[in-house]
Design a protein. Structure first.
Length: 123
């Protein structure tokens, strides 16, 4: 009976040692998983920070681009208006020069006729 109790005690001690070993292994595995989870969490937080920074930079660049496009449109419209005004000025100058040229041609023709008439009278 003592032998049976001794064997049973040894068996229980063996089971206890196996359970302790299993528990320690499980605890170590859980610790590794927790460390991996914490590392993944840190990486996720860092990725979210980077995403936020990139989003802010993108919004800033978008706003800057929109401002530049607006400025370019305004500049284009101003240049186009100035060119139209210049064109109208040139057209008016051309018209005035045409009138002046026609008037001078008429005066030249009259002067030539008068000179011809005077030449014929002097002969």
């Amino acid at each position: 009976m003592v032998d049976i109790e001794k064997r049973r005690c040894e068996e229980l001690e063996g089971n206890l040692a196996a359970l302790k070993k299993s528990f320690l292994e499980q605890q170590e595995a859980d610790k590794e998983k927790m460390e991996a989870a914490n590392e993944a969490l840190k990486q996720l937080e860092e990725a979210e920070k980077q995403k936020k920074i990139m989003k802010e930079e993108m919004e800033s660049m978008q706003q800057q681009m929109e401002e530049e496009v607006s400025s370019m449109k305004d500049d284009f419209m101003n240049r186009q208006r100035d060119e139209e005004e210049n064109l109208q000025t040139y057209k008016e100058q051309i018209k005035q020069h045409s009138v002046t040229i026609c008037s001078m041609e008429e005066r030249l023709n009259k002067a030539q006729k008068k000179a011809k008439t005077l030449q014929q009278e002097n002969r």
